[in-house]
Each structure stands twice: as structure tokens, then as C-alpha cells.
Design a protein around this ligand. Structure first.
Ligand SMILES: Cc1cc2nc3c(=O)[nH]c(=O)nc-3n(C[C@H](O)[C@H](O)[C@H](O)COP(=O)(O)O)c2cc1C
Length: 203
């Protein structure tokens, strides 16, 4: 049980699972908790330019796995697949913030974001969704749930299968419980990171 772990211990415990135990499913209660947590992710001006699709249906999961290159097996074995998409319709986004955000936040968007090209605006909208990925992976670790973030997907095929309108798939996360034989787990394969002195500067 890892309930009382410090965040540093969770960071050492979590890893990108490459093999799952296909017979162990995440409880409905925990899935509900993950949905509530992801809803609370922070974003610039509280923009919330995202949609999270929780896939438990085995047929849909298999269909998505088939268009996920080398990630196919882990998606099929995992308990659930969560697909992260970003708003791709700028008008739809502007309507959403006009209806939900305080005037000051909308003004910030108009002054600092809207002045960019469509590509720059969409890139800003997508950054927010990547932030929720970090939040989600940490939440999973805190609940002893294993995870695999994946950009190796045919994004347009995902959009079609999920019938996304106004949103585009960015990446997905398989979640479940690790297969004890997964050779990627930290107990077998030590975590690989650049040295602290190289990536952290103290002034
Ligand atoms: C945005 C993103 C996309 C990734 N895409 C894949 C992927 O498609 N398949 C995969 O096996 N791992 C993928 N990874 C996992 C990374 O390779 C992994 O996080 C990194 O090597 C560090 O290892 P660790 O997560 O086990 O600590 C992805 C990670 C991130 C954050």
C-alpha cells in the first residue's frame, strides 16, 4: 500500500507501464474519483480547453488499440484508456469562456492570446491539456494505479472513432495494474534521468 508515501516516493514508484495484468480492473469508485480529480486540473485563466474520454468498453478500446502503433498491446491489456483532447474550434472556445469566466480572464485572453495566429492560439489551448496529464499521472500514482502516457497514436483515427466534434485528440493514457513481469518497472529497470546539476540551476 502506498497511501502514506511522500510525493518523492510516488515519483520513484510510478513509471510508464509496458505490460498490464489483463485480469485486474480498476474499481468503478476509483474511476469516478479520477474523473473528479482531472476536472480539478489547473489551467491558464482557468481556460479548461479539454475533454477527457474514459474508455472502458472493450470493443472501443480494441478499436483504438488497433490505431495505436506499438502501444496496441498495453492498451488491450490495460483496464481503461483515457483519451485527452483539446478544443480545436476557436469560436467554440471563446463562447465557453464568455459564458463561464470572469471578465478579467476573458480580457487576458483577448489581449495576450487572441492576438496570435490560429496556430498559436491552438498551441496555447493544447498546452493546458498537457498540464492536466502531469496532474493525472500523479493522481494515479497516489491511488496505486499504474499508467502509460502515449503520443504514439493515429490521432485522426481516434477523432473518428470517438466522434469528436470541435476537439482533437492529443494523446492517451492507459491505466490499470502492472504485470509483475513488466521489465520496465523501476524495481527491474532503474529510472533514467539527466543529473540534477544539469537541469536545475540555483541562483
Ligand atoms: C507526452 C508523452 C508521450 C509518451 N508517449 C509514449 C508512447 O507512445 N509509448 C510509450 O510506451 N511511452 C510513451 N511515453 C513514456 C515516456 O517514454 C516516459 O515517460 C519516459 O521515458 C520516462 O520514463 P518513466 O515514465 O517510466 O519514468 C510518453 C510520455 C509522455 C509524457
Amino acid at each position: 500500500m502506498i497511501t502514506d508515501m511522500k510525493f518523492l516516493d510516488l515519483a520513484k514508484w510510478r513509471y510508464t507501464a509496458k505490460k498490464y495484468n489483463p485480469n485486474k480492473k480498476i474499481s468503478e469508485e476509483q474511476i469516478q474519483e479520477l474523473k473528479e480529480i482531472i476536472r480539478l486540473s489547473p489551467s491558464s485563466i482557468n481556460s479548461q480547453s479539454w475533454k477527457f474520454t474514459f474508455v472502458s468498453d472493450e470493443n472501443v478500446k480494441r478499436e483504438l488499440a488497433r490505431v495505436s502503433y506499438f502501444n496496441e498491446q498495453k492498451i488491450n491489456e490495460a483496464s481503461h484508456l483515457v483519451v485527452f483532447s483539446a478544443i480545436d474550434d476557436i469560436e467554440l472556445f471563446e463562447k465557453q469562456i464568455a459564458e463561464n469566466l470572469p471578465e478579467g480572464s476573458v480580457n487576458y485572453y483577448n489581449q495576450f492570446v487572441k492576438i496570435g495566429s490560429d496556430a498559436e492560439i491552438k498551441s496555447w489551448l493544447q498546452h493546458q491539456v498537457y498540464l492536466s496529464l502531469g496532474f493525472f499521472l500523479s493522481a494515479c500514482a497516489s491511488m496505486s494505479i499504474d499508467s502509460s502516457p502515449m503520443e504514439g497514436l493515429k490521432n485522426e483515427e481516434y477523432d473518428k472513432i470517438l466522434q469528436l466534434k470541435g476537439y482533437k485528440t492529443l494523446f492517451a493514457v492507459a491505466i490499470g495494474y502492472r504485470n509483475p513481469e513488466d521489465s520496465n518497472q523501476p524495481s527491474t529497470k532503474p529510472k533514467s534521468r539527466l543529473p540534477l546539476e544539469q537541469i536545475i540551476q540555483a541562483i
